[in-house]
Every structure is written in C-alpha cells, then in structure tokens.
Write a protein that binds this ligand. Structure first.
Ligand SMILES: [Zn+2]
Length: 215
C-alpha cells in the first residue's frame, strides 16, 4: 500500500514546485511575507516505557521554530504530538535510499495512514499538508536525523538530536542538499550554523509543505 503512495508524493512535489516557480523568483528577490509549516510529531517508544527525553524534543522544536521564523519567515505549528509503542527493531532506523522501502518504512506508513482521514481537501491534494516528524531511538549509522525527499512525507530524528537537526532535515525534504560551509544549516555536521542562503530560503518557502494558510 505505502509503495503506491510514492509516485503520488513525487507528483505532488513536482506539481507544486512548478506552480510555485513565480513565487520562488519573488522570494529570491526578497519578497518573503510569513508562511506556515505544520508538523506532526510522532514519538516512537518501547512497549511499556516512557519517553525520558521529551524535554529535549520540546527544546529542539522551539529552536527549529526560532530558526525558521528568523531565517525564512516561516511560522512552525505543531498540530499534533503523540507517542506510540513499537518494537525494538522499529526503534533503530537506517538512513539510506533503500530504507524508504524497509520494514520500518512500512511501520511508519501504517502509523501515518491513521491521520490522512482527518486532513483537509487541500492537504490531501498535497498543499500545506503537515510534515510528519518521526522520533526514534537511534540510527544504525552515526546520524541523528534522516530525510528522503520526493518519495516520503516524513523526516526521522533521534530523541537526542542536535537542536539544528530538525531544520536541516525539513530542508532536505524541500530538496536542499549538503553544503560545506560550517555556518550554513545544510552543513552535514551537528555543530552546523543556522544560516540559509537566498536560494535555500526560496526553496524551503516554496516546498508544498509550506503554505499561506493558517497564520
Ligand atoms: Zn543532511
């Protein structure tokens, strides 16, 4: 079922990119009124355990909100924050292209399908749909976050992710790649800065997840 969603996600991403092309150019020229990004935070945890790091999660959401507002004039709205019990295997994620087809991806898709029914018609169409933030225990590699653009509609972070990681992963979903510059948000290391170039700002602002509604 979730594999069938992938071509739909690709079409949605491409369609809204094309539609937003004039806005992208205006944004490059400095026209950047406030827009909104909705996120839904789903915290995975082991059966019968509590999430011990919930204050770290709150802290990185607050930091993300500050960075997005000051750098890109995007207001971050957390529409839902919930925790779900899952098995040990689902708590260890991997961050490779093929992980979008893994058992864990299947578990995420099943979890997310519960929320689609409550989405508005615009959101179902793809515009302004909430970006899903899945919080898990660890990655097989040393990462603290992962995003596979185009074919997925979620980012994955660890409980103890760095404060800039959520902004970094959201930017990956908006098609941004890595940059070597240490002060830039797209630097791959956790001690990265928070700066966006004009191009990066325009790309993030014209992602289909970022809308004019709900301010
Ligand atoms: Zn990255």
């Amino acid at each position: 079922m979730y594999l069938r969603l992938m071509p739909i996600f690709i079409l949605k991403d491409l369609f809204f990119r094309l539609l937003a092309l004039p806005e992208f150019l205006c944004s490059i020229l400095g026209f950047t009124p406030n827009k909104v990004l909705n996120i839904r935070v789903l915290i995975l945890k082991k059966e019968n355990s509590s999430v011990s790091n919930s204050n770290i999660i709150e802290h990185w959401i607050k930091t993300t909100s500050k960075i997005l507002e000051s750098e890109c004039h995007i207001l971050l709205k957390v529409i839902d924050i919930e925790s779900f019990e899952t098995n040990e295997q689902a708590l260890e994620s991997s961050c490779k292209f093929k992980s979008a087809f893994s058992k864990n991806a299947k578990i995420y898709a099943k979890l997310l399908s519960n929320f689609y029914k409550s989405e508005t018609i615009f959101e179902r169409f793809g515009y302004g749909a909430p970006l899903n933030v899945i919080v898990t225990k660890s990655f097989k590699s040393a990462n603290d976050g992962c995003a596979i653009p185009l074919i997925t509609n979620y980012v994955v972070l660890t409980y103890d992710a760095a404060t800039t990681t959520l902004t970094h992963e959201i930017s990956h979903i908006a098609w941004l790649g890595h940059k070597a510059l240490k002060s830039n948000i797209m630097n791959r290391f956790q001690n990265r800065g928070t700066h966006f170039t004009r191009f990066q700002k325009a790309m993030l602002r014209t992602s289909r997840y970022v809308s004019w509604f709900g301010q």
